[in-house]
Design a protein around this ligand. Structure first.
Ligand code: ZN
Length: 352
């Protein structure tokens, strides 16, 4: 058995994991047959480009506004939150927090102003107030395993130290002198009376316009290209995908090259795609459409009904056989269709 991404021949036991065409996190249902993608590649993509797409991208913020939850679930229990990032809010320079269901929530944290040697503590409104400072203190031995969140716009003298779900987060303009600040906070917590607690009413903060979102654009594109590649493999069969005509795209998805300009096509290149995205699709559905234009094989991927898909050049040497199909993911109703099947269904409905 040969994997369509690493092209390595492996045993059956190395092909056990399910490979979704559209990530399950977005409600995708269709999986590739089991011999297509090896477990190593499945795992590698899941940890890298797919995490960047589902948790750290523009789309991940949309996902928290409209759904679905973990593994495509629509139940409340599985509602997702975004990763921790920096908010800009009224009256305060910046705070660390997350968004759950369009609501910004700040994590428990210290805001340290080295200029005036002052530290303020903020509570997370989702948890009991009185426990938060002691939880912070109890976990201080883990502070050096913090996740660093850079913020270009944060004042140099301000450092945010947050704690949430067993992890510390430190946000600063740069990484220098963080050790001093960690020492400061450790000393401070041994003499509680110096801590300045933020007044409760000011915790009902609201977001200003800009969120500072750290997006890995390369991985964002690569994740789209992989979805298109998966879909092409699904439609054309895996044996076709071993061909060298797909190597440029394959290398790009595997991370061997960062030159996305050769693979991610400019929108002007394909004006006729607009037509196919104007069909009446289910509300906020995701679309993957594979089609050929002369010798080019192209894959469009669009999430949440976005009008402008990310366009991947899958092959430059495709033998024209008029492929024009794909997958429509109606995640709200937990349904997924072949594009051709969906169009047929639309036409039938019009007949009645
Ligand atoms: Zn592989």
């Amino acid at each position: 058995m040969k994997c369509i991404y690493c092209l390595e021949t492996k045993e059956e036991k190395d092909f056990l994991k399910e490979e979704h065409i559209i990530p399950a996190a977005f409600g995708g249902k269709t999986v590739l047959p089991s011999q297509f993608v090896c477990d190593d590649c499945n795992f590698k993509f899941g940890r890298t480009i797919e995490t960047d797409l589902t948790s750290n991208s523009f789309i991940s913020y949309l996902r928290t506004y409209v759904g679905p939850g973990k593994r495509g679930s629509l139940t409340k229990k599985n509602e997702v939150r975004t990763n921790i990032f920096v908010f800009e809010i009224d009256k305060f320079p910046k705070v660390l927090g997350y968004i759950r269901k369009s609501k910004p929530i700040i994590i428990s944290q210290f805001l340290i102003d080295n200029n005036i040697k002052n530290a303020q503590f903020f509570y997370n409104s989702e948890f009991p107030e009185h426990e938060q400072l002691s939880i912070f203190q109890e976990n201080l031995d883990k502070i050096r395993n913090y996740t660093y969140i850079p913020s270009l716009t944060l004042n140099e003298e301000i450092i945010l130290i947050g704690f949430h779900e067993k992890n510390f987060y430190i946000c600063a303009k740069n990484k220098d002198n963080l050790e001093n600040t960690i020492n400061t906070i450790t000393t401070l917590l041994q003499s509680e009376n110096k801590i300045n607690f933020a007044p409760k009413e000011e915790l009902n903060l609201f977001l200003k316009k800009g969120l500072e979102i750290k997006v890995n654009l390369i991985n964002y594109y690569r994740a789209h290209s992989k979805i298109a590649f998966n879909c092409a493999a699904y439609l054309l069969g895996k044996d076709t995908m071993y061909d060298s005509q797909y190597n440029n795209c394959r290398n790009w998805i595997n991370g061997d090259t960062k030159e996305y300009e050769k693979i991610i096509l400019n929108q002007n290149f394909i004006n006729n795609i607009e037509k196919m995205l104007l069909e009446s699709f289910p509300d906020k559905s995701h679309k993957v459409i594979i089609f050929s234009v002369s010798h080019y094989l192209i894959g469009l991927v669009s999430f949440y009904g976005a009008e402008f898909p990310i366009t991947t050049l899958l092959s430059k040497n495709f033998e024209p056989n008029n492929i024009h199909d794909g997958i429509i993911c109606d995640w709200k109703n937990q349904k997924e269709y072949l594009y051709s099947e969906y169009l047929r269904k639309l036409a039938e409905e019009e007949d009645f």
